[in-house]
Write a protein that binds this ligand. Structure first.
Ligand code: NAD
Length: 422
């Protein structure tokens, strides 16, 4: 049988992550030693492992788990199942997780993992076999006090349940706090599945308030209709915004009068193509990014808004649901065009914030009501938004630069005060 396991060329995500860090380091006047520590990932594990496929053959897969920094607490970050996964991409994503946790001031370092695989090509049994074997391979560095994975592209609550169960079988007791984003029936928290999309809603609301833009009737386009994008679109539509376009990896659907997002939600759950959904005209992903909307929410992959297409972007605000959707070159051009960007490490932090709440509940064996989860998320993410806006005003910089300054500085402080051992 044929199983796609080939990675496409390494992404530019690491270049973007390092360029953003270097700019913050310059601004903070960091010395060479501190730069060296923070430019590198602390631990990098690459694993090659066999998986028994349904037809009796053995598939060989490659995965990674990378911990960028542990100065502020255990490593935290998602797991990606995608054919484009590469070590450099995982490093970049791990680094962004460090700054993200610091910006929203939760006690975590940054990590990320991934397997080079197209999960859609596997049966459920093959996906479970792959997940349990990968979890076993990385079990030497994950744990509730060490490194806590969570869902990302191509993984979900079921994958987290398999990982939690695998680690628990090894240790001989239930280790709920080893992953977050689990089903509620297996130690997950209420509100986690919607947390990143809900965080985006709160950030759009804060941005609208800051600029005096009424959210009622504000137009929104969302690229990526998965765990993050679909929930953000749904919550924004319920809050009164007019979601005019959404897309998936194929293409998108557009309706100037506003889409019926609730009717489109099954496409997100069963991954059926939006191009076959009723209720609007077809648009390509390129056309969606160029729509003249109030809010553009890229919620798919990194590097989607770049030097070659940024001129066509006509949104007033970009709120980054995905990690690294805008390249540094495009970022500079957007600033010149007066387009206000709320950066990923702030805008999509709802997921890690509620993951933190899940972990706290698991460690205490005491679970909260959903309203408490959402209220606390609102409090943490709006405080972070206001902190970042204040920093931007004080330093005269963009929100991305301000978020980086805030996040990097908190990690620097923790690193300095802990000292260099021995
Ligand atoms: P997902 O797999 O649930 O959904 C991804 C969506 O993007 C799907 O609709 C897919 O069809 C679409 N897509 C894939 N390639 C595309 C392309 N080239 N053009 C347009 N659409 C494309 O993934 P997710 O969990 O929603 O993650 C999306 C982004 O959000 C990623 O960058 C991820 O790192 C980031 N993120 C996720 C979380 C989380 O809690 N899941 C938290 C923070 C950030």
């Amino acid at each position: 049988m044929v199983v796609e396991t080939q990675a496409e060329p390494a992404s530019d995500a690491l270049k973007t992550a390092l360029a953003q860090f270097d700019a913050a380091a310059d601004c903070l006047g960091l010395d060479e030693g501190m730069r060296m520590v923070l430019r590198h990932c602390k631990r990098e594990l690459a694993v090659h492992f066999p998986v028994r496929m349904d037809n009796g053959t053995i598939g060989e897969f490659t995965g990674y788990r990378v911990q960028h920094n542990l100065a502020r607490g255990p490593a935290k970050g998602g797991l990606r199942y995608n054919l484009n996964v590469s070590l450099d991409e995982v490093r970049a994503l791990a680094m962004w997780m460090t700054w993200k946790s610091a910006v929203v001031n939760i006690p975590y370092g940054g990590a990320k993992g991934g397997v080079i695989v197209n999960p859609k090509q596997l049966s459920v049994r093959e996906l479970e076999n792959l997940t349990r074997r990968y979890a076993t391979e990385i079990s030497i560095i994950i744990g509730p006090n060490e490194d806590i994975p969570a869902p990302d592209m191509g993984t979900d609550a079921q994958v987290m349940a398999w990982i939690m169960d695998t680690i628990s079988m090894h240790r001989g007791y239930t280790e709920a706090g080893v992953v977050t984003g689990k089903p509620v029936s297996a130690g997950g928290t209420l509100g986690r599945a919607e947390a990143t999309g809900r965080g985006l809603l709160y950030i759009v609301q804060e941005t609208a308030r800051q600029f005096g833009v009424p959210l009622q009737g504000a137009t929104v386009a969302v690229q990526g209709f998965g765990s993050v994008g679909a929930v953000a679109a749904q919550l924004l539509a319920r809050a009164g915004a007019k979601v005019v376009a959404v897309s998936d990896s194929g293409r998108g659907i557009y309706n100037e009068q506003g889409l019926d997002v609730d009717a489109l939600m099954p496409c997100s759950k069963d991954r059926s193509p939006l191009s076959e959904a009723p209720g609007g005209d077809h648009v390509t992903n390129g056309e969606l990014l160029a729509l003249p909307v109030d809010f553009l929410i890229p919620a798919a992959l990194e590097g989607q808004i770049h030097e070659r297409n940024v001129d066509s972007v006509r949104a007033r605000f970009i709120v980054e649901g995905a990690n690294g959707p805008t390249t540094p070159e495009a970022d500079a051009i957007l600033a010149d065009k007066g387009i206000f960007v709320v950066p990923d490490i702030l805008a999509n932090a709802g997921g890690v914030i509620v993951s933190y709440f899940e972990w706290v509940q698991d460690l205490q064996f005491y679970f909260w009501e959903e309203g408490e989860v959402n209220d606390r998320l609102h409090r943490v993410i709006t405080r972070a938004f206001r902190d970042v806006v204040a920093m931007a005003e004080q330093r005269g910089v963009s929100l991305r630069e301000a978020a980086m300054l805030l996040g990097v500085n908190r990690v620097v402080e923790a690193t300095r005060v802990r000292g260099i051992y021995p």
